[in-house]
Write a protein that binds this ligand. Sequence first.
Ligand code: PXL
Length: 283
Amino acid sequence: MKRIVTVQDISCVGKCSLTVALPIISAMGVEAAVLPTAVLSTHTAFKGFTFRDLTGDMQGIMDHWKAEDFSFDAVYSGYLGSAEQIECVKKLSDFLAPGAPRIVDPAMADDGKLYPGFDASFPGQMAKLVSGADIAVPNLTELCLLLDMPYKETYSADELKDMLRRLSASGAKNVVLTGYSPDGATSEHEMSTVGALVYSSQDGKFFEYCDPLIPRRYHGTGDIFASVLTGAVVRGCSLEEAVKIAVDFTFECVRLTQNDPFANWYGVNFEAAIPYLVSRLHK
Ligand code: PXL
């Protein structure tokens, strides 16, 4: 069985980061080891969340893993607890089996704003981690921050392609932009489909894949997308196939949530979509 390590926080309630990545990656038949970055009572869209930074524990955990001679088939990093943790994520490359990918979700911002707790210098640090990624998975806000560009809501397809090329020029081999609309708009009222735009530096080509837009915003969908992408790539899917599965699964999660009058406001019903994911993998 393949084994990955994922580096992100534990938001005790909130359906994001590890509470999403673990069940999804496990359901895909891939073992998921964890290097937790912080423990929060909830994700940061709640008021009054607690936050314990685990930076001080990470090196000791990795030292023990070294002594045990563990290796991983991918490193998948997400929300970090501090800029210093970027060095820890980089060191995890030493544990990678030959050819194993480094997947970086620069989870730090959305809707034009940094998440609470990150200061203005953080994106510049995160850009260094992204430059070593085999697959980087930013949303539009994160892409702007990584390129040190002001955020705007609407971009043409050509502008976005140029931005992906520029991010990749700083080192990331493949860039997968999430929340992409082929209509060239990101404002909910203007677009009718949503998905991912992908650039691969190896052949200099783009591809895009979208599903119908459900015009509501939900928390945690970026983590769901990146978790499925990781699981699919590690199982041997091409990047294109992995992106299709991740877009379709995210769509299915949002569709089920929207149809559930009792759904929580803070996350999507990804649990209800897991049978779909498993059956999709066996197609
Ligand atoms: O979904 C990304 C994420 C992860 N972890 C924490 C967050 C968020 C988004 O807000 O707050 C703690």
